[in-house]
Design a protein around this ligand. Sequence first.
Ligand SMILES: Nc1ncnc2c1ncn2[C@@H]1O[C@H](COP(=O)(O)OP(=O)(O)OP(=O)(O)O)[C@@H](O)[C@H]1O
Length: 736
Amino acid sequence: MGGKTKNQRIYSANPNDYKLLEEVGYGATATVFRAIYLPSNEVVAVKCLDLDRCNSNLDDIRREAQTMILIDHPNVVRAYCSFVVGRNLWVVMPFMAEGSCLHLMKIAYPDGFEEAAIGSILKETLKALDYLHRQGHIHRDVKAGNILLDTNGVIKLADFGVSACMFDTGERQRIRNTFVGTPCWMAPEVLQPGSGYNSKADIWSFGITALELAHGHAPFSKYPPMKVLLMTIQNAPPGLDYDRDKKFSKSFKEMVAMCLVKDQAKRPTAEKLLKHSFFKHAKSPELSVKKLFTDLPPLWNRVKALQLKDAAQLALKKMPSAEQEAISQSEYQRGVSAWNFDIEDLKAQASLVRDDDDDDGPEMREEGKGMKYVVSEKDSIDFQTSFGKLNLNYELAQPEYRGRTSGEETPQANVLNRKGKVVESDLLESGCQEKVGWRKNGSSTEASSSMSEKDMVQAKTKTQTLKSRQTQSGPLMPGAVLSHSVSERVRISERTELELQPSTDKAFLQVRRAPSFSGPLMLPNRASANSLSAPIKSTGGYRDSLDDRSKANLVQIRGRFSVTSENLDLVKDIPLSTVPRRSTQGSPLRKSASVGEWIFDSKQAPINQSPKEFSNGNLPASLLMPHLQHLFMQTTTQQDLIMNLLYSMQPAEVADATQNGKLPPLPRSSENNGTIETVASERERLLLLKISELQFRTVNLCEELTAEKLKYIQLQQQLNAVSGQEENGDRREGDA
Ligand SMILES: Nc1ncnc2c1ncn2[C@@H]1O[C@H](COP(=O)(O)OP(=O)(O)OP(=O)(O)O)[C@@H](O)[C@H]1O
């Protein structure tokens, strides 16, 4: 898809016309390069999207790219053209020389920007959203990482990787009832399957982005994604409410609060929000934003420095010992397992979290997340949540892809000064490492070194290894990509490298392979390879994440859910406050393997109740009440469980289960056109049926229980009678 821009410049679809220079960014699915468009000698950005890593099919991706080409707004990054190169889609865009707000914060403003700059950045972003919403688009990935800055202060919203058209109907709209976005920035309604969402989801993400720009990180960003999702649903919306936020104006706080309302209907439209006093008084970006990057080195050096910093930190501070790694891994697994199975526990945890915990050290933030949740040799994790399947993409290392065209120095070995002149020296040797953190303090720039001498040695080792690796792989001709997929090459080379390289190098690779919590969370549509009803992937699927104990207890893995016998024992999950204490301590009621069938275990009857008590007329009620309450709780818990399971099942699975007689028949809708609304109402009816069935079963169980108790009492009475007769006999013998 070659294309023309507004000023009629034509950009060819021939990869040989583009000379890829430095890597200036990377995301979950793409690596972005500064490049020269050779026919006009113009600097552009080329985003190389790894199609293997996208959950959409090629047609969808092409359509997205086409949408980007049609976009025409000063605050939206448009695509000049796009074309397929091997297993990659190249999207040619204007080069935004100062990169994203996220990178800028990471490198120089770890605690966020000042309010004036935030106002300008948000206003320009909101203009972009207003335009997109008017055009019928939902961006769905609004965040600081997608707000790009140019040297002249121009601000643009980028990344249509997950955008959706609001006016689409049918299949595409059904797909939209899926999780797409980035966990910390995702609106609560996006997490509710079946409820659907609209452009107001962008307004929520916009509010979260405002907090991100104010604090340097998004709320909840230190938590694992599954916890973030739960906290978004359950906690009060985050805001600018704490001591640290005193410096911000009332109107800023008010604007953020307007965006972060859980009820999407109560959130303002972008158009309305633009009229808010906070934006009316916003300064021009020329005045407030341009100064943010004076004194900073060029973008590619910042990106490189960030990569090295991450690698060195990971290698030296975060690269855990075998033991720590095991703990970390088990924590990770626990998180995944907990998300799947112990929702109550997670709810309790989430409720204990204080929002002001977000003030924790930078190691808890985005950089740190990748370190804690490193899972090597895995490209993605499929979280099987009670709400649906979440595919957590990882950032992918593409070290070999950073090369330039034939005969050029590799970017890793080049340090360019602000004028763009190539300085032939290693980043580390040049002393650039001293500025790994260009922390800006007010107007002055402090060159702070966050790497120790040891860091340097390790990082240098890394750099040298990178160089030699590039020598081995040779310079990259854009055309050469056609012959061998980047992802393939990377996977092969990474596997070999992980086996052969010292830990530092592994660490570097893992930094890039760590879960990208800033990347999109995607629930692929069923037509895609990652079908919801497909068996759980062994690589990274939660099945792997179950610990041995859980595996041993595995009763059933069906579709996207696994049920363990441990989880079936819901008794222990009942809150102590709501259930009589006795019933939580070794209840005589035990669940059989099939959910809903209860067995009374007389061995476990409360030991402090003597047989005599059973013959007492009051006792059956006092004994039964806890169990009846217990049963009631169980039923409620089961209902919740079933509701979660049903909500997470795809219609096809429900229909399948119905046909197999595993679930009551699905009520047929005469107008079942496959829309999500119909599916939702069908599920609701199915659920009501299930609830009635459970209630019926509960009553039956109570009756059975009462009958058993009566039998027990009768036996006790018979026993008493027999022992009474024996006693009388003994006495008579004694008297005689
Ligand atoms: N036109 C551009 N000019 C300069 N830098 C860019 C440009 N486009 C993207 N970048 C940089 O590259 C990074 C990754 O790009 P992008 O967000 O498009 O990739 P992605 O894989 O879609 O990311 P994700 O899905 O994780 O948000 C951006 O955060 C930004 O720093």
